[in-house]
Design a protein around this ligand. Structure first.
Ligand code: ASP
Length: 334
């Protein structure tokens, strides 16, 4: 081999090896070895907000029966979707300005398979329709009438929305809020998605996310929740993340994907959530009412969460069977 050819070849191989060892090809960079007690393949479920407690209980039944994380995250959030007292998820959710309850949901498994529906009306379990999109179609997302037609064709339960009490509230809201573009303040009553992440005994992570979105939003508005990479992202080599809060801000930084990629670079779930929130903050001059929060779970079973404002919390169920609310760390108080 001529000296020049050898030099060129040698350089390229060295460069490639270097890139590989630095994780350029997508492998996790083990900055520090996880402690032995973190490398356990035990069941874990986390989900956003206090409605997560009941949802976790249901997901836990699946996991403790030796079930898969994808089945757990679907079963878990169906509880919240079916709860007609819940005003931010499922059929009890608040409508848009025109009085339509439009539901958004997605689901993602350990093989990076995913499904989503957006702007779906009058179907009880959007997360299961999202699962059917994933399992039974060549697509990832169906929206609006197409999503509804598909759901009906698949035999999903229909229902009439908005429910009576919600319709009454909406009529009052319309009287009091003539100015169409007025932003409602994000609070527990009108704006709380359920996002769920689960790790099963096979060491696999899956996630789900479902919401009725921002109360009194513009008709046709879709938030982050059904968007893979924004409201939810799973990479079974690394972990998963999901989001809640103002969807527009979360989409702007591809929030959940960002959290997972930060974990890939060696950040803990906690630091990854914090850095993603800090990125959201850095992209907005006006943070008024801009609440966003992330939860994350990695393959070692470590969890994290962080939000822009105080008040965000999540339900956490792990091996000892305890299902508790955990207050998230945050950047600032309301
Ligand atoms: N992220 C959801 C949306 O923007 C709402 C929420 O999480 O509260 O539609």
């Amino acid at each position: 081999m001529k000296r020049r050819t050898f030099f060129k070849f040698g350089l390229t191989t060295t460069a490639l090896a270097l890139l590989k060892s630095n994780g350029i090809f997508g492998k996790p960079i083990p900055k520090e070895e996880p402690k032995a007690d973190l490398i356990k393949r035990s069941n874990i479920v986390i989900s956003t907000w206090s409605h997560g407690i009941k949802a976790n209980d249901e997901a836990w039944k699946v996991l403790s029966d030796g079930g898969k994380s994808i089945d757990a995250v679907e079963a878990g959030v169906r509880i919240t979707e079916a709860d007609i007292t819940n005003r931010s998820v499922g059929i009890g959710g608040r409508p848009d300005r025109e009085g339509h309850v439009t539901l958004d949901a997605c689901i993602m498994d350990e093989n990076s398979k995913c499904g989503a529906v957006a702007c779906l009306e009058g179907i009880k379990h959007p997360v299961s329709v999202a699962r059917a999109v994933m399992d039974k179609t060549p697509h990832v997302m169906l929206v609006g009438e197409g999503a509804r037609d598909f759901a009906i064709e698949q035999g999903f339960e229909k229902c009439k929305t908005p429910i009576k009490e919600v319709k009454k509230d909406w009529k009052e809201w319309k009287k009091e809020n003539k100015e169409l573009l007025r932003k409602p303040r994000i609070n527990h009553e009108n704006h709380d998605t359920i996002g769920m992440l689960a790790l099963d005994e096979f060491g696999n992570i899956s996630g789900s996310c479902t919401t009725s979105g921002w109360a009194y939003k513009m008709h046709g508005r879709v938030g982050d929740s059904p968007i893979i990479g924004a409201g939810l992202f799973i990479d079974n080599e690394i972990g998963g993340a999901c989001a809640t809060g103002m969807g527009e801000a979360i989409i702007r930084i591809a929030g959940s994907h960002t959290v997972v990629e930060l974990m890939r670079q060696g950040k803990s779930p906690q630091d990854a959530c914090r850095l993603a929130v800090e990125r959201i903050i850095s992209k907005h001059d006006d943070l008024t009412g801009l609440q966003c929060g992330f939860i994350a779970l990695d393959v070692y079973g470590r969890v994290g969460s962080y939000s822009v404002y105080s008040g965000f919390n999540y339900a956490f169920q792990k091996e000892d069977g305890k299902n508790v609310m955990v207050d998230s760390e945050y950047n600032r108080s309301w």
